[in-house]
Design a protein around this ligand. Structure first.
Ligand code: FPP
Length: 210
């Protein structure tokens, strides 16, 4: 969800109001994916590296995590389960409680999954999974130890904000994913653009290396 900061700066607003607007877009796009019968959607909200941003921005971003209950409200309405990827013990107890409560409220829902990366890093996820895989002596598939256990690999990755890199997102899962990059800042990302990307996706020939 890149480009929140620039969206705000261009409007002479503090960067955190871009992130605030970004939460609205996240809820709107999660709903749009559900309307389009896309059962799995993942959002990268806070990376393991984001905590090294200026303290005021980190504070603002973390306080936005308390809006997780609003995200959960929408997911409950739509029968979608919330799955958090990342090490949430980094957040203070109050935020952790909101996150845990939001996850718990949706835990038995069956109409799809929304993954949200919070203090998430793809390399961390792989190391953590490797530890667990070693402990089970390889008796279970490696994917069972990723945050996305039981889910298929993503078909589409969309990065907004014009940068063309993965920035430590779902490094294991994205091996054969189709990548899309758009200049649009995340708060401006629309259902129309999502549809255009899906149409483009269907034109691509996926060979999975074969
Ligand atoms: C990248 O834009 C975006 C982020 C670092 C944060 C995204 C987080 C949210 C939308 C809120 C998450 C909240 C909940 C409740 C899960 P940037 O700051 O790098 O933008 P820039 O490249 O324009 O500076």
């Amino acid at each position: 969800m890149d480009g929140n900061g620039r969206w705000a700066t261009e409007r002479h607003l503090p960067r955190n109001s871009g992130h605030k607007e970004g939460v609205k877009t996240m809820i709107r796009i999660a709903s749009a994916c559900n309307d389009r019968a896309l059962p799995y959607v993942s959002f990268y909200a806070f990376s393991t590296e984001n905590k090294y941003r200026p303290a005021s921005e980190v504070k603002g971003l973390i306080s936005l995590m308390s809006r997780m209950d609003e995200v959960a409200d929408e997911l409950v309405k739509r029968n979608i389960k919330l799955n958090v990827m990342g090490e949430i013990s980094y957040f203070d107890e109050k935020i952790q409680a909101v996150i845990r409560d939001s996850v718990a409220r949706t835990s038995s829902l069956t109409g799809g999954v929304v993954n949200i990366g919070l203090n998430y890093g793809g390399r961390d996820e792989i190391l953590r999974a490797a530890d667990m895989y070693r402990s089970c002596l390889g008796k279970q598939p490696f994917g069972d130890f990723l945050y996305t256990a039981g889910q298929p690999d993503p078909d589409i990755l969309i990065r907004t904000g014009g940068e063309m890199r993965l920035s430590n997102f779902m490094l294991y899962q994205l091996a054969y994913t189709e990548l899309f990059f758009t200049e649009t800042y995340w708060p401006d990302f629309s259902e129309e653009e999502l549809d255009a990307i899906i149409r483009e996706y269907y034109k691509r020939d996926r060979r999975f290396g074969k």
